[in-house]
Design a protein around this ligand. Structure first.
Ligand code: XMP
Length: 342
C-alpha cells in the first residue's frame, strides 16, 4: 500500500493512493439533486465501512471538516466523536459557531477544547514566523492526541481530504502514521470527500444544511490569527486583531463584498506609532487591511474597495478597537508581497 502525505492547514495529511483516482465519468456535483445523490451514496458506504464502531474527527470549522462531520453525523450519529480545538487564534465568533451548529443543531458528540492558554503560553515571546507555525502545529497534534486518548474504542479517523490535496500531493512516501499522531494511535482512515473538488464540497455542504458563512468561508490559514499578529503574540494585540477583523468582515458582508473578494483580513504588526486621541498623545498600533483576489493563491491582485467604505471601516476601527490609532490599506499585489504578512 502506498501513502501520500502533504502539509495542509499546518497538519500532515496522509492518505492511501488506492481508490484515490477520480473516475473520468464521475459527474461534477453542481446541483442540490446531485449533492443529495452523493450524500445518500456516502451514507450507505460510511455505514458499511464503520458498522457499529467509533470515528474520531478534528473539526476545525472550515468547510471540508464541517462537511465531513455533517455527513458522518447523518451516517453514524453519535458514533462520530468530533474534537474542536480552539487554539485561541480563531476569528471572532468561530468556536461559538462550531458549538452552535454541531452540538446544538446537529446534536453531535462534540468535544470542545479551549486550549487558548496552552497555545498562547507556548507562543509567548516567540517572534520567528516559522517557529510560531511549528509550535502551533505541534501543540495542535498534542492536544488532539490527548483528547483521542480519553476516548474509548475509536477505530477510525475521519479527515477532510479533498481531491486537490491528492492531486497536488508531493513525493510518495511509505508511511503508516496519521496526521503526526503517534504509532499507537493509528486508525483506519475515513475520507468521504476525497474525490471532490472544493466547489462540489460547498454544494454538498449546502445540501447538508450547513450555514452559508461556513460553506462559503474564505480561506483561513491553519495557524489562524497567529500569522497576522506579527512577531511575538500578545493577548491585547491579538484582541485588537480579532476585533478589527470582525469589523472588516461585517462591513464586507453589509456592502456586498463577501463572496466577491477571495480573501480579506486585518493584520496588527508588532509596531507602534504616535497619534492623538482624546486631545492626548497616543502610542498605539496600526491596523493593516488586506483584501485580495486570486485563482490559486500563487499570484494575487488587490480589490478596489470603494473609498467611502474604506473611510467608514477606518473610522469604525479607530473608534471601536482599543490600542489602535491608524489604519492602512495594503496595495501590494503578489508578487511582490505574499497574501499573509508572515
Ligand atoms: P501566502 O501568504 O503564501 O498565502 O501568499 C497563500 C494562501 O495560503 C494561506 N496560508 C496558509 N494556510 N497554513 C495554511 O493552512 C499556513 O501556514 C498558511 N500560510 C498561508 C493564505 O491565507 C493564502 O490563502
Amino acid at each position: 500500500m502506498v501513502y501520500i502525505c502533504k502539509q495542509r492547514n499546518n497538519q500532515t495529511i496522509i492518505h492511501m493512493t488506492q481508490g484515490n483516482v477520480r473516475p473520468a465519468d464521475m459527474e461534477r456535483i453542481t446541483t442540490p439533486a446531485l449533492a443529495k445523490k452523493f450524500i445518500d451514496e456516502q451514507i450507505k458506504e460510511l455505514r458499511a465501512q464503520i458498522g457499529d464502531k467509533k470515528v474520531l474527527l478534528a473539526l476545525s470549522g472550515g468547510v471540508d471538516s464541517s462537511v465531513v462531520a455533517a455527513l458522518l453525523i447523518k451516517a453514524v450519529g453519535k458514533q462520530l466523536v468530533s474534537v474542536h480545538v480552539n487554539h485561541g487564534l480563531l476569528r471572532k465568533g468561530e468556536p461559538e459557531q462550531v458549538v452552535k451548529v454541531f452540538r446544538d443543531e446537529l446534536n453531535a458528540n462534540l468535544v470542545y477544547v479551549d486550549a487558548t492558554d496552552r497555545f498562547l503560553g507556548k507562543l509567548a515571546g516567540v517572534a520567528d514566523p516559522e517557529q510560531k507555525r511549528k509550535i502551533i502545529g505541534a501543540e495542535f497534534i498534542r492536544v488532539f492526541e490527548e483528547e483521542a486518548r480519553k476516548q474509548e474504542g475509536i477505530s477510525f479517523l475521519a479527515q477532510g481530504t479533498i481531491y486537490p490535496d491528492i492531486v497536488e500531493s508531493g513525493p510518495v512516501k511509505s508511511h503508516h502514521n496519521v496526521g503526526g499522531l503517534p504509532e499507537d494511535l493509528q486508525f483506519e482512515l475515513v475520507e468521504p470527500i476525497k474525490l471532490l473538488f472544493k466547489d462540489e464540497v460547498r454544494v454538498v455542504g449546502k445540501e447538508l444544511g450547513l450555514p452559508d458563512n461556513m460553506v462559503f468561508r474564505q480561506p483561513f490559514p491553519g495557524p489562524g490569527l497567529g500569522v497576522r499578529c506579527t512577531g511575538a503574540i500578545t493577548r491585547d494585540r491579538l484582541e485588537a486583531l480579532r476585533e478589527s477583523d470582525a469589523i472588516l468582515r461585517e462591513e464586507f458582508a453589509k456592502n456586498g463584498l463577501e463572496g466577491k473578494v477571495w480573501q480579506y483580513f486585518t493584520i496588527v504588526p508588532d509596531y507602534k506609532s504616535t497619534g492623538v486621541k482624546d486631545n492626548k498623545r497616543s502610542w498605539d498600533w496600526p491596523v493593516i487591511i488586506r483584501a485580495v483576489n486570486t485563482r490559486d493563491a500563487m499570484t494575487a491582485t488587490i480589490e478596489e474597495i470603494p473609498y467611502k467604505l474604506l473611510h467608514h471601516i477606518t473610522q469604525r476601527i479607530i473608534t471601536e478597537v482599543p490600542g489602535v490609532n491608524r489604519v492602512l490599506y495594503d496595495l501590494t499585489p503578489k508578487p511582490t508581497g505574499t497574501i499573509e504578512w508572515e
